[in-house]
Write a protein that binds this ligand. Structure first.
Ligand SMILES: [Zn+2]
Ligand SMILES: [Zn+2]
Length: 224
């Protein structure tokens, strides 16, 4: 077997501990590098690196004032240099096998939520990339998906300025194909790849909260 990230051969040392457990898809060096969090004070909620003397996270303060309340925010990885590289290879070089690497870090199970909702990509972006980067990871993690959201937006979040991101209108709408599916009192998990300001997932949550779920949490692959 080879490490899915650096392609080096994995040499499993057979001992009593790993004899009965399936080896992971990564060599230990890659696993350590991908899992590393950049040093510094973090927001307890969104894990943003806080500025010097910043008592409360300004992103979370803004979100609280602008959006209805969302439950937990879970970030699998920091957006460190290695994760940045992984995301680039995955999304832009379209090395779709890397979805397996990301799925390895998912800690929620299929019983934890009733609906796993990937942030949708616009039809244009889907055509260019050929896949939805979130959907592929969920598939490999063995999680079912409810495509409750649709989007037709043209501009990428990364193409917008901070101010534009904060003020832009909601790019998501409810996917009417799901209008007969029960959402009320269910547990919903929104899944995104990179949490930057949090605006994207809060826009998504805003649409879904109209359906009165019992819980609505967020999982992102990395925290920028
Ligand atoms: Zn490796
Ligand atoms: Zn925060």
């Amino acid at each position: 077997m080879r490490c899915l990230y650096c392609h080096r051969r994995l040499e499993p040392e057979l001992d009593l501990l790993n004899l009965f457990t399936r080896p992971g898809p990564l060599c230990s060096e890659c696993e350590i590098r991908l899992k590393e969090w950049r040093k510094g004070g973090r927001c307890g909620r969104c894990r943003r690196l806080m500025g010097e003397g910043e008592a409360e996270c300004r992103d979370c303060i803004y979100l609280k004032s602008r959006f209805p309340p969302v439950g937990k925010i879970m970030c699998m990885l920091d957006y460190n240099e290695e994760v940045k590289m992984l995301m680039h290879r995955y999304k832009f070089v379209r090395d779709i096998a890397l979805a397996e690497v990301l799925s390895y870090f998912i800690t929620v199970g299929r019983r934890d939520y009733d609906h796993f909702v990937p942030i949708p990509v616009s039809p244009g972006r889907f055509r260019d990339r050929g896949f939805n980067q979130i959907t592929e990871v969920l598939k490999r993690a063995g999680l079912p998906q409810s495509n409750l959201l649709e989007t037709g937006k043209v501009k990428l979040q990364s193409e917008l300025s901070r101010h534009e991101r904060m003020s832009s209108a909601n790019p998501f709408t409810f996917n009417e194909e799901y209008r007969d599916v029960r959402l009320r009192d269910t547990r919903i998990l929104i899944v995104d790849d990179i949490y930057t300001t949090g605006i994207t997932v809060h826009h998504a949550a805003e649409v879904l909260l109209h359906h009165e779920p019992a819980a609505l949490d967020v999982l992102t692959f990395s925290k920028a």
